[in-house]
Design a protein around this ligand. Sequence first.
Ligand code: URA
Length: 426
Amino acid sequence: MHPVEFIEKKRDGGTHGAAELREWIEAYVAGEVPDYQMAAWLMAVYFQGMSPEETAGLTLAMAYSGEVLDLSSLGKTVDKHSSGGVGDKTTLVVAPILAAAGLVVAKMSGRGLAHTGGTIDKLESIPGWRAELSDEEFMRQAREVGLVIAGQSKNLAPADGKMYALRDVTGTVPSIPLIASSIMSKKLAAGARIITLDVKVGRGAFMKNVDDARRLAELMVGIGRHAGRDVRAVLSQMDQPLGRAVGNAIEVREAIATLNGEGPRDLEELSLALAEEALEAAGIEKERAAAVWRSGAALDRLRAFIEAQGGDGRVVEEPERLELAPDVFELRASEDGVVAALDAYRVGMATLRLGGGRERKNAPIDHGVGVYLLKKIGEPVRAGEVLARVHHRGGRGLEEALELLGSAYELAETATPPPLLLDVVA
Ligand code: URA
């Protein structure tokens, strides 16, 4: 392996073979290829792209750079993954539905990234809930509860952990082959047979238009199939946040309300679509999703899952046990109109500024802060009416958050909400 020649090959538009990609990734994880050479290569990929075959080769090399879980003893295992959005708490709704419908949801989830939230951060707002599980605990809970969500293990696709951190600081995140290999390497290493992807499109997503999102989805579905997994992708709109709650504890409250049949319509619609895709892939009637939702079986499963991981299961009946920051600012409309835009990126950034996300890796976050959007696209508003409630702690980050939120809202004379479900790639 000659790193400089390897980098030059991609710089000049060449195509890598699977064996040299494996060697490259192995050398990087072993510390033989330094970050600056990997960064140069990532930038070359960003500009030159990769063929589907190369992307599959890279993904496998990354997936096998560490431990690969064997979940074959657990029956029909399913994983659900979102490409990253704002207000996206669908895992908290979909996973209990799938477990209640008879599948085994055994998954690893990440923490928030940039303006997007992470499932583990949300779950950690539940008193006592813990993300770190031993391999034995993980497998036992999968078997006994049918639902386990752990923090990303350092041993799982370690190449992705190192490469993602580098991409984040070298402007090489928004590359379709790099995103596809990053997501799918983790999914393949995590072992589930059925993988349901939610590919977000719009202002608050990494993919800004439907064509790019479809290319990403097709690539990921192809890679998964090549590796013997059943992968389906739903393309969903992320111009405005999903649901009305953005933050951590506030999003868990909204997920619980949704399982109780009292959630926002968009969250219900997307959660049902994702659950139905996973059930169909598993050969189970898709109507089971709505049935276990309505019967309360999914909510029971959520409680069992929370308690199995040390959390206070009473939050399911008493969501007020999920502490929200006590200081509240009401953002009001300055004129009459209809909400024509609600920029998800800015809402995500506002939550970050309040302390609900991380500006630096591993920084602590405030689970209680967040935003509740009383008005979304297509909804009329009168001058002086509340657009959004901002939960802050002692004014931290409030000024900047209000500026971001104020500019996230655009009013017009008329507007219709954009369609939520854009396509399915299977
Ligand atoms: N999510 C990931 O896991 N990786 C990416 O590259 C982008 C989103």
